[in-house]
Write a protein that binds this ligand. Structure first.
Ligand SMILES: Nc1nc2c(ncn2[C@@H]2O[C@H](COP(=O)(O)O[C@H]3[C@@H](O)[C@H](n4cnc5c(=O)[nH]c(N)nc54)O[C@@H]3COP(=O)(O)O)[C@@H](O)[C@H]2O)c(=O)[nH]1
Length: 801
């Protein structure tokens, strides 16, 4: 180590200093601060070192290498030096040329250690870079402004959110940037106003929402930027909440749907406890939410066919994630109501049940409608009885069983007697109510295993399960007896007869159709031979039905071919015995059949409606005959039977008037015999017609009085002239007390109402005398004469006038 040359004392200097000989570039003197800077080494270890050993920066290297070519001016700049231990220090170094005491050129190197400042600067730079990176990586857009609004910084996200053009990102133009922001929002005015407020209140914080023209929605948070507790600027953060708002709107919508759904809905927790119910659920379960929440959801439902309902549901959940089916909802009032339940399970990523949502809907009305549809398909609307379809299903099943077990059963065909009269006279609504009563009565005679079916109209079919002929006869007897009991409808007492045909399986048929057909045939046989009874089917009966059809055809031909005739039965005054009238009675002698009784073909004509044509012919013919008698100088009242259907023809009165005027017969010489059933039809309509007929001058008599709805009400109301006591009451006179009593009552009633009375079917003198004694006015019957042709009647005209 060489000794320090004579140099000015350096130790008083605070900065590190060393002297470098220009010639060899060796360090010839150092001060204590230099020793300290170079790592706390002794001065001796530094002396004699080439200064270039410590140079690091190219600038220093260039400087020292330039020294040989002439003393440079010096150098002052930030630089680096390498310590003997190899560490590089950041320094501020100043090199100044100087001269040693011996005159040699030298350089004074003064060095200030700047490594701390440099480190601080580096750290600051790094911090800024990190901050910048942080700012750029935040999800929110950040804008930092001065208090005046000058833009200090913004991050990348801000540029994205606001769709900043490149020019505004690369070149600072605060005015243009603020203009871009203001223009991007829908309500520019409100945006500007808000900025002004914020500018005027630097410490204010706030959050608001901006709707951009591109449809996005931004949430803006504005907070003051503070430095030492004082606002120095403002930081705006912008968050795109468009999707979040849409999701929130979706959630709100879902909540609304849940609330307002007409279907009942509930949400259950993972352990199936109710956590939410909607109002429809409360309504249907008849329980407030407070009572439902916390209950096991499955406890609301039950299935009478499945006592493991919940296990079934859970098993289905495992496979399909939902369960759907019809169950019963237990309600507060203890009643259960049928519901359609859809129960969906919600699982998380680990496939664990998180929640379940159930929807259910009241099926009461739907079931009722379904039941009603089934009822309509299988039952008769009026009576609710099974219809033909249901009957055939039951009988098909019965046939299979009966075949297998070799048992028998019966089919009954029931038809009400003269029900048409009820319908015609009292109207269809009345008739319908009667049918319902009848159905109830028949049903009461049957067992549960039997089936009563209404075919339509007044026709019923009964399937009697497992009976033989004897059993069938017992049931039939019960039905006939039950239907004989008087009916009461609308304060009206009346009786209804019934004719029943019976067919037995297996002897009368092997299908339902066959059995019904045979029972129907048997029923017709009953009708044809007196009604109100029953018959078992016999093969011969089919022939009878055929003959009825033939009879109807022949009857129509008879009218066309003018084969009908009228006979006239004298009507006499009981006291004087004088002839007072003639009842016209139709007669028909068929070429094949010979004389056919009106008792046989008139009911057939009434059933088919052909009575209207027959009636018109009878009226015209009787009037024509009366004109003949009048012209012959023996005018005589002619009495004509009018059937209910004929009277109900809208133009009936007009036809009567026309027939009279065309023939030229005074109306007073015509009497119309009306059955009681006609008078109890639509009262106003009947009254109108009767008044019209009466004002023509036609006489009106009530035929067969006492056999129908004998009611004082209509006798009082209608312009009736005469009552005809039915021959069934006359027959028992004078012995039968009740017949006598009835006849007395009728005559008294007629007296009270100032009506004349005629008795029909008088066959004996005793009957005639009794009637005379009881005060009857007139009579007719075989005692005097049956109905006779006009030429024979002429005899009475001469003899009894
Ligand atoms: N709508 C019309 N009905 C008519 C007409 N002609 C007849 N009839 C109805 O047919 C039923 C049977 O009539 P008929 O066989 O002619 O019997 C009548 C008389 O012959 C019979 N009669 C008369 N006197 C006696 C008697 O002393 N004994 C006895 N056993 N029978 C007797 O009574 C029948 C008259 O009945 P009515 O009409 O009630 O006065 C019968 O219901 C006729 O009404 C027609 O043209 N149109």
């Amino acid at each position: 180590m060489s000794a320090q040359p004579p140099v000015p004392s350096l130790d008083g200097l605070l900065e590190a200093v060393w002297l470098v000989e220009a010639e060899g570039l060796t360090v010839c003197a150092v001060n204590a601060a230099a020793c300290q800077l170079m790592g706390g080494v002794p001065a001796a270890s530094l002396l004699g070192h080439l200064v270039t050993d410590w140079a690091v920066s190219p600038e220093d290297m260039v400087f020292w290498s330039g020294v040989a070519g002439g003393a440079p001016d010096g150098l002052w700049s930030q630089s680096l030096i390498r310590r003997p231990d190899g560490e590089v220090l950041s320094v501020e170094r100043r090199i100044s040329p100087t001269t040693l005491a011996d005159g040699r050129a030298a350089f004074l190197v003064a060095v200030l250690d700047r490594s701390r400042e440099q480190q601080a600067a580096n750290e600051l730079e790094q911090l800024v870079a990190e901050l910048r990176a942080t700012l750029d990586s935040t999800a929110d857009g950040i804008l930092v402004c001065s208090l005046r609004g000058d833009v200090r910084a913004f991050n990348r996200r801000f540029a994205q959110i606001w769709d900043l053009p490149d020019t505004l990102q690369t070149r600072r133009d605060d005015t243009a940037l603020h203009a871009h922001l203001a223009h991007s929002v829908v309500d520019t005015g409100a945006y500007q106003a808000r900025l002004e407020v914020l500018t005027g209140m630097p410490e204010m914080q706030g959050t608001d929402t901006l709707l951009l023209r591109n449809g996005r929605v931004l949430e803006r948070v504005s907070i003051p930027q503070l430095s030492r507790g004082r606002p120095v600027g403002r930081v705006y953060s912008f968050r795109d909440v468009t999707d979040q708002m849409a999701a929130e709107a979706g959630l709100k919508l879902a909540a609304k749907v849940f609330e307002c759904s007409l279907d009942a809905a509930f949400i259950a927790s993972a352990d199936e406890l109710l956590v939410a119910v909607n109002p429809a659920c409360e309504r249907l379960a008849q329980q407030a939410a407070g009572r439902l929440l916390g209950r096991v959801a499955g406890s609301l439902f039950t299935d009478p066919h499945n006592d493991q309902l919940l296990d079934t549901i859970r098993a289905h959940w495992r496979r399909h994630g939902f369960w759907e089916g019809e169950v019963w909802l237990r309600r507060e009032d203890g009643e259960a109501c049928p519901v359609q339940l859809s129960w969906v399970v919600l699982r998380d990523e680990q496939d664990q049940v998180r929640q379940s949502i159930g929807f259910f809907r009241d099926l009461t009305e739907q079931r009722a409608a379904r039941h009603r549809i089934e009822q309509l398909a299988y039952s008769d609307v009026l009576t609710g009885l099974p219809n033909r379809l249901l009957l055939s299903q039951r009988v098909d099943f019965a046939l299979q069983m009966a075949r297998r077990q070799a048992t028998s059963f019966a089919i009954l065909f029931l038809d009400l007697d003269r029900f048409k009269n009820i319908n015609d006279s009292l109207g269809h609504q009345f008739g319908d109510r009667v049918l319902v009563q009848v159905a109830g009565r028949i049903r009461s005679c049957l067992r549960d295993v039997d089936t009563l079916c209404r075919l339509g109209g007044d026709e019923f079919v009964v399937y009697l399960h497992g009976v033989d002929a004897e059993g069938a006869e017992l049931v039939v007897g019960r039905i006939l007896q039950e239907l004989t009991r008087p009916f009461l409808q609308d304060d009206m007492n009346f009786s209804i007869g019934c004719s029943i045909g019976v067919a037995m399986y297996p002897q009368d048929g092997s299908t339902l159709d066959e059995l019904i057909k045979q029972a129907d045939t048997a029923m017709y046989e009953v009708k044809a031979t007196g009604r109100g009874h029953f018959r078992f089917y016999r093969p011969q009966m089919n022939v009878d039905v055929l003959s009825r059809m033939k009879l109807e055809t022949a009857m129509r031909q008879a009218l066309e071919q003018g084969k009908f005739r009228l006979h006239y039965q004298p009507q006499l005054n009981l006291l004087s015995g004088r002839l007072i009238g003639a009842e016209a009675l139709i007669r028909w002698i068929d070429e094949e059949r010979g004389p056919v009784s009106p008792g046989q073909f008139i009911p057939l004509a009434e059933e088919s409606g052909f009575i209207v044509q027959i009636g018109a012919w009878v009226l015209a013919e009787a009037v024509r005959q009366a004109v003949c008698w009048q012209q012959a100088g023996t005018p005589m009242l002619v009495s004509v039977n009018v059937s209910a259907l004929q009277f109900r023809q809208p133009d009936f009165v007009q036809r009567v008037a026309q027939t009279l005027s065309e023939a030229g017969l005074p109306a007073e010489l015509l009497e119309l015999e009306l059955t009681e059933s006609i008078l109890v039809q639509d009262a106003d309509e009947v009254l109108q017609r009767l008044q019209a007929l009466s004002s023509l001058g036609v006489h009106l008599a009530i035929d067969d009085f006492g056999t129908g709805y004998s009611s004082l009400a209509y006798l009082k109301k209608f312009p009736i002239d005469k009552l005809k006591i039915d021959q069934s009451f006359v027959r028992g006179l004078p012995e039968d007390e009740s017949d006598t009593a009835i006849v007395v009552a009728m005559i008294s009633m007629a007296r009270a109402l100032k009506l004349s009375v005629i008795a029909e079917g008088v066959e004996t003198e005793a009957q005639r005398a009794t009637l005379q004694r009881l005060g009857c006015d007139e009579y007719q019957g075989f005692l005097c004469s049956p109905g006779v042709p006009p030429d024979k009647f002429a005899h009475f005209l001469q003899a009894l006038r």
